[in-house]
Design a protein around this ligand. Structure first.
Ligand SMILES: NC(=O)c1ccc[n+]([C@@H]2O[C@H](COP(=O)([O-])OP(=O)(O)OC[C@H]3O[C@@H](n4cnc5c(N)ncnc54)[C@H](O)[C@@H]3O)[C@@H](O)[C@H]2O)c1
Length: 427
């Protein structure tokens, strides 16, 4: 442990991918006063090399497995686990066991199955470990402002919430048809992967535990039965409708999205030059026709929720939207709040005013997830520094125990979707 709580936090990173390096690593590079990445574990040599280069880490502290890192690495204050969904449980259990006294930041979803999640919850409770879940939305100015408006009673008693996750047609095709979250056996249910954040926010805004869950949704569109005549297995194999298909890989990555060196282009190819991207689309998974993939997760899902204080809510998650944003509508006894997350706009209507005045608040945020990634890291790192200074663990806003509810709601919604039943929680 560092002797001075104000020294930068020493982080050991497990999983140097899009989130590990792209979100958390990038934050550390922007805030060297707060933290340093001192050791990295990743299965891929190229990711280790990139991490070593970006963070100036000697090869001795770059490990091909998290087991080796936890065995050998002498000194760190915090561990970040940013491995794929199905690789969270084992490193999390090992970190808690072998690195007592450190703080752990665990990517969401906590685990892809309820059994694994409950196993981890039991271990964390028994050890008293400090585990923060990366529910980044709670750290955004947008949702913090809505919560503050509710707490101030500006719409009276909250009665219902309508929340929509507009995944975006190209984003859905990228992640859930061609990409890493397309299959249940390789990742997790779409609702858990994409919307456990939203369930966490609904639980937080409602202000009470969820008691009942119903859900409908399926994989309707991205199937071989919907393959248009003339389509081919890959978009650049002479597909006859490629020029008019919204899901054409060539159109999405090379024409529609602005040229960029960052996400999602860097997932398609580490080298994001146009020639390298075209090569990756020709050979790799992201050039496949969306109607000829091996995906099986739902492409749209609705969830109805009842909370213990009588608040009712709906969550609608859909691939079939032009924008990639979240919109929310909170209805209270004396007013309503509407918000568009990526437009950073919140409108409040107060029924008590004769003219029902509406005020528009514009919030300024930076970085991914409306500033949530940076907000999460600042909170996490400050808590680690404080713990180092005075030895006390201050509970995170998204501590594991607090985050279990959102995941239990997601698993219940999956059961409801498959059975058609209304699932009672906590009964
Ligand atoms: N908080 C959020 O908003 C948010 C957003 C996107 C993704 N995620 C989650 O973050 C996690 C990581 O996603 P990503 O997009 O960075 O994935 P990624 O594939 O880009 O990165 C994962 C990295 O982990 C490495 N890895 C795989 N198995 C490993 C193992 N056993 N030991 C060590 N390294 C291993 C891979 O080589 C890769 O470099 C996932 O669980 C994902 O669902 C969270």
């Amino acid at each position: 442990m560092s002797e001075n709580g104000l020294d930068p936090v020493r982080i050991a990173l497990i999983g140097a991918g899009s989130r590990g390096l792209g979100a958390y690593g990038a934050h550390v590079l922007r805030r060297p006063d707060l933290a340093r990445i001192v050791a990295v574990a990743d299965r891929l040599g190229e990711r280790l090399a990139l991490a070593g280069h970006l963070h100036d880490i000697s090869p001795a502290h770059l490990y091909p497995s998290w087991e080796a890192m936890l065995d050998c690495e002498p000194a760190f204050d915090a561990v970040i686990i940013a491995t794929p969904d199905r690789e969270h449980l084992a490193p999390a259990l090992a970190t808690i066991e072998r690195a007592a006294g450190i703080s752990l930041l665990l990517e969401k979803p906590i685990c892809p199955t309820e059994e694994e999640m409950e196993r981890l919850a039991t271990a964390v409770e028994a050890s008293g470990a400090d585990v923060t879940v990366a529910h980044v939305l709670r750290y955004t100015a947008f949702f913090a402002r809505i919560r503050e408006l509710l707490d101030r009673g500006v719409i009276g008693q909250l009665l219902s919430i309508r929340h929509t996750e507009h995944v975006g047609y190209w984003h859905f095709a990228h992640s859930y048809v061609r990409g890493n979250w397309r299959r249940l056996d390789e990742a997790s249910p779409m609702l858990l992967a994409k919307a456990c954040h939203d369930l966490d926010i609904l639980r937080w805004l409602a202000g009470a535990p969820c008691t009942h869950v119903a859900s409908f949704g399926t994989l309707s569109h991205f199937t071989s039965a919907n393959a248009p005549a003339g389509s081919t297995a890959r978009c650049d194999q002479g597909c006859r409708i490629e020029r008019t298909c919204p899901y054409s890989a060539q159109r999405i990555y090379l024409e529609t999205l602005p040229p960029a060196s960052a996400w999602p282009h860097d997932v398609v190819s580490a080298d994001t030059s146009p020639a390298a991207l075209a090569r990756a689309l020709h050979e790799g998974p992201y050039g496949r026709c969306v109607y000829h993939c091996d995906n099986d997760v739902a492409d749209h899902q609705v969830v109805a929720l009842r909370f213990a204080n009588g608040v009712d809510a709906t969550l609608n998650v859909s691939a079939f939207t032009r924008e990639t944003t979240r919109t929310v509508h909170l209805m209270g006894s004396h007013g309503e709040i509407t918000g568009d997350f990526y437009a950073n706009a919140i409108t409040v209507a107060d029924f008590r005013n004769a003219d029902t005045r509406t005020s528009r608040l514009t919030l300024v945020t930076e970085g991914y997830h409306g500033g949530g990634d940076d907000g999460l890291m600042v909170d996490f790192l400050n808590r680690v520094r404080e713990r180092r200074r005075n030895g006390k663990v201050e509970e995170a806003p998204t501590a594991l125990a607090e985050s279990l509810d959102s995941h239990r709601m997601a698993f219940a919604a999956e059961r409801a979707r498959h059975s058609g039943d209304v699932i009672r929680l906590g009964a």
